[in-house]
Ligand binder design. Structure first.
Ligand SMILES: [Fe+2]
Length: 317
C-alpha cells in the first residue's frame, strides 16, 4: 500500500490518527494535512517534539489553532526540526526586535491590486539553494477573509503520474535560480531587483524527483518558483516538460487549504509539499504572517536514481 493510500485509510476508518500519544492528530484531507489538537506548541518536550516531527513528515503540513506564539517560542518550535535558521535574501524580518530569523510576510490595503506577495504560485521555498529549507513554521497575525494558504503533496504528485511519466521525471535534473524566478514572475520591486538577486547567486541543480530525507517516499521536487530549465534540455523542450510538472499541484485531490484565524500556526515540510499563498481580497485589508524556517547543511535533495528506476521497472512501487 502506498503512503497516500495509508493516509486515506486512516482518515476513513476514524477521524483521529491513534498512533500519536502526546496530542491528537486529525487528518483534514486525503493527500496531506492534519490538525493538531491538545498541544500548545510553547510546551513541546523532546518526546512530544519527536511525535510532531513524525506528524509533519507523514502529513506534510500540520495546523494548530489558537497558539499566539511570541518570536522566541516560534523559533524554538522550528529548532526542533533542523539546526540552522534561514537567512532570506530579501524578505523583511523582525531584526529590529532582535529576531532576524522571523520573516514578515505582509501586504497592505494600500498596495495596488497588482502588487505581488511572491506567494501566489505553487512552489517549494528557496530551491535555488544547495540545502533548501526543510521545515517552515508560519503564524497568522492578520489575514483577510479568503487569503488562505494551500499546500499540495509532492509525494501524491509523483504517485499521480503514470509509470511512463514517472520514468521520464526520474531521469531528469532541474536547474533552479533565484534571480530567474524574480524576472520570470515579474516581482519587480526594489528589494527583488534582478541585479541584486544575481549577486545573491542562489543557483542549484536538483533531481526532479527526490527521496524524502526521513520517510524515503518519492516525490516531485520542481514547483513553479525557482525553476529555470530541465538541466541540459533546450528551452522549448524544457518548457513542455515543466508544464506537466506545474499542472500537478493544481489538482484538488492533491491539495489541502487552510482558512486562517489569527494565532493559527502551520508547520510544513518543504521537501514533501508545495504551497500557494492565496492573496484574497487585499483591496480592503492587511495580510500579515510571521515565518521561521530551518534547514540543515546535512540535508540536500537526493535521489538514488538507479535504484528508483530499477524499482519502477520491476513494478515494486
Ligand atoms: Fe513560499
Amino acid at each position: 500500500m502506498s503512503a497516500s493510500a495509508e493516509q486515506l485509510a486512516i482518515s476513513q476508518d476514524s477521524n483521529v490518527d491513534s498512533t500519536f500519544k502526546h496530542f491528537e492528530v486529525v487528518p483534514v484531507a486525503p493527500a496531506l494535512g492534519a490538525m493538531i489538537e491538545g498541544l500548545h506548541l510553547s510546551e513541546l518536550t523532546d518526546e512530544s517534539a519527536e511525535e510532531l516531527r513524525r506528524a509533519v513528515w507523514q502529513y506534510g503540513v500540520v495546523f494548530a489553532r489558537d497558539q499566539h506564539l511570541d518570536p522566541v517560542q516560534q523559533k524554538r518550535v522550528a529548532s526542533y526540526f533542523a539546526e540552522d535558521f534561514e537567512e532570506h535574501p530579501f524578505a523583511k524580518n523582525l531584526a529590529d526586535e532582535g529576531h532576524p530569523e522571523v520573516f514578515v510576510i505582509e501586504q497592505f490595503a494600500s498596495d495596488s491590486a497588482r502588487a505581488r506577495t511572491t506567494t501566489d504560485l505553487w512552489h517549494h521555498d528557496v530551491t535555488g539553494r544547495t540545502n533548501p529549507n526543510l521545515v517552515s513554521v508560519i503564524q497568522a497575525k492578520e489575514v483577510p477573509f479568503g487569503a488562505d494558504t494551500m499546500w499540495a503533496s509532492a509525494g501524491a504528485s509523483y504517485d499521480y503520474l503514470p509509470n511512463e511519466l514517472k520514468l521520464l521525471f526520474l531521469g531528469l535534473d532541474i536547474d533552479h535560480d533565484l534571480a530567474y524566478m524574480a524576472m520570470r514572475h515579474d516581482f519587480g520591486d526594489a528589494s527583488t531587483a534582478a541585479e541584486k538577486l544575481v549577486k545573491v547567486g542562489e543557483v542549484a541543480t536538483h533531481p526532479a524527483v527526490i527521496q524524502h530525507p526521513f520517510t524515503g517516499r518519492l516525490g516531485t521536487f520542481i514547483g513553479n518558483g525557482h525553476i529555470k530549465r530541465v538541466h541540459g534540455y533546450t528551452t522549448d523542450l524544457s518548457d513542455l516538460i515543466l508544464k506537466i510538472a506545474n499542472e500537478l499541484p493544481k489538482l484538488p485531490e492533491l491539495q489541502v487549504r487552510h482558512h486562517w484565524s489569527p494565532g493559527d500556526v502551520a508547520i510544513w515540510d518543504n521537501f514533501g509539499t508545495l504551497h500557494y499563498g492565496v492573496t484574497g481580497d487585499l483591496r480592503s485589508q492587511t495580510r500579515l504572517l510571521h515565518r521561521v524556517s530551518v534547514w540543515s547543511r546535512e540535508i540536500a535533495p537526493y535521489l538514488d536514481r538507479e535504484a528508483a528506476i530499477r524499482e519502477l521497472m520491476e513494478g515494486r512501487v
